[in-house]
Design a protein around this ligand. Structure first.
Ligand code: PLP
Length: 427
């Protein structure tokens, strides 16, 4: 760890949460340099939906490299890109009757969000965009402006204007629908909210604490967009690619977004980001929005292989089955440990266990790590344990990981109770 401390910037973060030097990984497991094994409930923050070193990807990449396939191509036509475009069209878009053009932005999520924001403003000739409380869309200037958490916003002394924040679904509790509130602000010429070019949202706010928008709310937001001539951007960077059980996270709602951003798992662990836009929105002039690493050919090769998972319903069905295992265990923990006041929510294979005791989740994550499991925190106060295993995790490994979580919760609770006992004895 000395090397990282000495040579790498202070900004490093996951190396602090998971202090080991990881050497190898396969499926839903990682091994460190000492050979210690870890179960992965973190999945590269949603990048490894298909597991580490998925054999389909490894074999295709080894073959592509040995055949001297094009590695870097800017946005030239390459065989790897052609195969990806055709397969994405045939397997994902066409069966869902979706007609979108694909734009390859720089290869990270925030690049896709920046691209989408630039496009909607250009198309509508309006500067304002509406985003939601607890949103996370990335940390470059435009995407940070639509990200809500002050921890990120405060670090940048730049202009974060041209964005109005509105309450996300459930912000005031389950009994208050926030969609009519948004509508009222748009209707009222004196609300102070400028008519936006677009509304951007995540259907499940992942970093924001696993806040799930209901299908009904999503349909109401879509209707508002139609009524006020506003474009709808769904940021599916973290919860697309099958995370909620369907390829796109919004499929159960039946909405038809104008723009969809995809990244993370679309490249199977390699950097790739895509903006899907309805054809009439494709108003770019050639070369107007460029970038040296648009469309990574190795990621195209990986992604083309992985799209085969969507040729049938097997993956979706297995996500729903695993969701049952996950949900059942979390509800059991909620019942068994009333002193932690846990709440459970999620969709598909993204679940949150909210524990409102200060520092508790971070203690559990640390304890779980020492017992061989990686789990991340989410939410404004890091008070949500975020369950995000690869979609391909085996059922027994999922159960093993969940048992580590329960044991860690029990251990943290006992330690805290012992500390309180000691305090009482002292006084
Ligand atoms: C919904 C969403 N949008 C955008 C991003 C930004 O992606 P990246 O970190 O690759 O820039 C993230 C990252 O966590 C995300 O979850």
């Amino acid at each position: 760890m000395k090397t990282f401390k000495q040579l790498e910037s202070q900004v490093r973060s996951y190396v602090r949460s998971f202090p080991a030097i990881f050497k190898t990984a396969k499926g839903s497991k990682l091994w460190d340099e000492q050979g210690k094994e870890y179960i992965d409930f973190f999945a590269g923050a949603g990048t490894l939906n298909y597991g580490h070193n998925n054999p389909m990807v490894s074999e295709a990449l080894i073959k592509y490299i040995s055949d001297d396939g094009i590695i870097h191509g800017l946005d030239k036509a390459t065989t790897a890109k052609k195969q990806f475009l055709e397969k994405f069209h045939d397997i994902i878009l066409q069966p869902r009757h979706m007609e979108y053009k694909m734009q390859f932005s720089g290869p990270t999520g925030t690049n896709a969000v920046e691209t989408a924001l630039k496009l909607v403003r250009m198309v509508k000739g309006r500067s304002n965009v509406i985003a939601f409380t607890n949103a996370f869309h990335g940390l470059t200037m435009g995407s940070m402006a639509v990200t809500a958490n002050s921890f990120y916003r405060d670090e940048a002394f730049i202009n974060r204007s041209n964005v109005s924040f509105m309450p996300f679904d459930g912000y005031f509790g389950p009994d208050t629908n926030t969609a009519p509130y948004l509508r009222k602000f748009l209707e009222d010429q004196s609300s102070g909210v400028d008519l936006p070019a677009a509304i951007i949202l995540e259907t499940v706010q992942a970093e924001g604490g696993i806040k799930v928008a209901s299908d009904e709310w999503l349909r109401e937001i879509e209707q508002i967009c139609k009524d006020f001539d506003i474009l709808l951007i769904i940021d599916d960077i973290q919860v697309g690619n099958g995370r909620t059980g369907t390829f796109f996270s919004f499929e159960s709602s039946g909405i038809n977004p104008d723009i969809i951003t995809l990244s993370k798992s679309i490249g199977g662990g390699l950097p790739l980001a895509i903006v899907l836009m309805k054809s009439e929105l494709d108003q770019w002039k050639p070369g107007e929005h460029t970038g040296t690493f648009r469309g990574n050919n190795l990621a195209f090769v990986a992604s083309t292989e992985l799209l085969s998972y969507w040729e049938n319903d097997n993956l979706s069905n297995s996500v729903y089955n695993k969701e049952e295992i996950l949900k059942e265990k979390l509800l059991e923990i909620q019942d068994k440990y009333p002193d932690i006041y846990a709440e459970v929510y999620g969709k598909g294979l993204i679940y949150g266990l909210k524990i409102p005791l200060r520092g508790f989740c971070s203690d559990v994550s640390e304890e779980a790590f020492s017992r061989g499991l990686l789990i991340e925190l989410a939410g404004a106060n890091d008070n949500v344990l975020k369950f995000l295993p690869p979609l391909t995790i085996e059922n027994d490994l999922l159960q093993e990981g969940l048992q580590i979580i329960e044991d860690s919760i029990k251990s943290v609770l006992e330690t805290r109770e012992a500390m309180i006992g000691d305090l009482n004895n002292d006084s």
